[in-house]
Design a protein around this ligand. Structure first.
Ligand SMILES: Nc1nc2c(c(=O)[nH]1)N(C=O)[C@@H](CNc1ccc(C(=O)N[C@@H](CCC(=O)O)C(=O)O)cc1)CN2
Ligand SMILES: Nc1nc2c(ncn2[C@@H]2O[C@H](COP(=O)(O)OP(=O)(O)OP(=O)(O)O)[C@@H](O)[C@H]2O)c(=O)[nH]1
Ligand SMILES: [Mg+2]
Length: 454
């Protein structure tokens, strides 16, 4: 029997604080502390106003509710106390509950119990975690649709289909009267390769999914005075970084998160790239280089150029820095001034060149457009068919690889045992995705990343 757990489920500092309780003693714990006012008794699933008494002292006048098992979030008896948000009150409620035998819930323990009691599969449970931490409307929408179970059902169906294929092979192995040639091998091969294609497509969606969920690092680089800090401020819509006409204004990197139509960018304004003897600026330049390296690998590089001046040696240095980036955009800034000649070469180094005026905030929507296209965060599938999590991405890849082996072995005329072995591997790893077959340490790891109270 699972011990009764309790935790504060809302962030500290709000007007209302909700304490959640789950386990067999949930209702009795609630009744020990809470008395409805007036003539009404507590009814299941009805939020009721009353007094909360700890050691004979009324500590709050909250609302409370209990939910009988099994139709609850965790599948266990549950209760909630909706108190005033004071941390003193909430701490007192929690310690009273602990005195009554409940214990502090671990991070993600409510959802973990929901998973263990079959209320959610692992894929949906991870979506709960994503929903709690979603930074943009789109990320939240994606998590909600994953919570709805589309993908969970698809994976469970795939797993069933593979189990059926295995059964066909096992019949050949177990009953010598059956011949492998009697099996619809072409059809089975087709099923395996269709599934593999779908799994690979989902695996590839991870880079977009990650952009949506975690955001991408985005380094703004360029030579001194190109207008990097002005661009940062223009994107954010307020004066975050210092802007002056003195080259070398920004020394330390300035970081800020920006949400652009679903794309979360972790912007980093950096020190202008140039050779310098100034010891402070030197450190700044080296930090700028670190930022480019990081963004080049997994994010976006915005390379800012001053279009009112001819291309210089420092600009070439910037082009070199941006060259290896997976996604880099050249920004030809100061479009409000007369454009100097020679900037055509930018189109040779960059997939996208956006002329704009950071100072006058002109051309920003073109930049947003370019970024959404470049990162693939424009036309997101609405059915949640996008992978947002590295565990899921890797499991998909492993499943696809096993299926590929199975298909190859089938084609090459391997024995039924060998093919069954490969397919069983795929069934196993699909099960890891949904939680139908998953090791405890993986489950521990997943829920450990949740917040307390969820
Ligand atoms: N106050 C409060 N708000 C909350 C939650 C909560 O626990 N408490 N949630 C918690 O995360 C989320 C809502 N999710 C929930 C999911 C399932 C059930 C539930 O009772 N499921 C039952 C019965 C369904 C039904 O009524 O038919 C079940 O699945 O058997 C409740 C909440 C978000 N808001
Ligand atoms: N005319 C015009 N001036 C601009 C534009 N963008 C930036 N500036 C000016 O260019 C100068 C330098 O801008 P910053 O944003 O500080 O340049 P930076 O690239 O951050 O420079 P460092 O921090 O020194 O590397 C300031 O005087 C800005 O007002 C623009 O689009 N048009
Ligand atoms: Mg600057």
């Amino acid at each position: 029997m699972a011990q009764t757990i309790a935790a504060l489920s809302t962030a500290p500092g709000g007007a209302i604080g909700i304490v959640r309780i789950s386990g067999d003693a949930a209702e009795s714990c609630l009744r020990a502390l809470f008395t409805p006012v007036g003539s009404r008794d507590l009814q299941p699933r009805v939020l009721t106003y009353g007094v909360l008494t700890v050691h004979g002292r009324v500590i709050d006048r909250p609302m409370a509710v209990f939910f009988p098992a099994p139709a609850t979030y965790t599948g266990e008896p549950m209760a909630e106390i909706h108190c005033h948000g004071s941390s003193a009150v909430l701490q007192a409620v929690l310690s009273a509950l602990f005195d009554l035998g409940a214990r502090q819930a671990e991070p993600g323990e409510f959802t973990r119990r929901a998973f263990l009691n079959g209320k959610l599969d692992l894929f949906a449970a991870e979506a709960v975690g994503d929903l709690v931490t979603a930074h943009s409307e789109q990320a939240a929408a994606l998590a909600v649709s994953q919570l709805g179970g589309h993908m969970s059902t698809e994976f469970a169906d795939m797993r069933q289909r593979l189990i059926a294929v295995c059964a066909q092979f096992l019949a050949v192995i177990d009953y010598p009267d059956e011949e492998i040639e009697d099996l619809p091998l072409t059809e089975i091969g087709q099923t395996l390769s269709d599934m593999r294609a779908r799994l690979n497509a989902l695996h590839e969606s991870y880079s977009r999914g990650r952009a949506l969920r975690e955001g991408l690092p985005c380094a703004i680089i360029g030579r001194p005075n190109a207008g990097k800090s002005t661009l940062l401020n223009a994107l954010l819509g307020y004066d975050r970084a210092i802007v002056t006409d003195i080259a070398g204004t920004t020394r330390d990197t300035v970081e800020e998160t920006l949400c652009l139509g679903g794309l979360v960018l972790r912007l980093q304004d950096t020190a202008g790239l140039r050779e310098t003897d100034d010891p402070v600026e030197k450190i700044g330049v080296s930090r700028a280089r670190d930022a480019v390296r990081h963004a080049a690998e997994s994010g976006v590089v915005l390379a800012v150029f001053d279009g009112s001046k001819p291309v210089g040696g420092e600009d070439r240095m910037v082009m070199r820095e941006a060259k290896n980036a997976a996604r880099a955009v050249a920004i030809l800034n100061k479009a409000d001034l007369l454009r100097a000649e020679g900037w055509e070469e930018l189109s040779d180094c960059f997939r996208a060149v956006v002329p704009l005026s950071a100072k006058h905030r002109e051309g920003l929507s073109e930049l947003t457009d370019t970024l959404l296209t470049l990162t693939g965060v424009r036309d997101l599938p609405s059915d949640g068919g996008l992978i947002t999590n590295i565990r899921q991405a890797e499991t998909l890849k492993r499943t696809a690889e096993r299926l590929e082996l199975a298909a190859e072995h089938l084609k090459a005329g391997f024995s039924p045992d060998a093919v069954v072995y490969d397919i069983e591997g795929a069934i196993e790893s699909l099960g890891e995705l949904t939680g139908q077959s998953v090791q405890n340490d993986i489950v521990d790891h997943i829920f450990a990343n949740f917040c307390v109270g969820k």
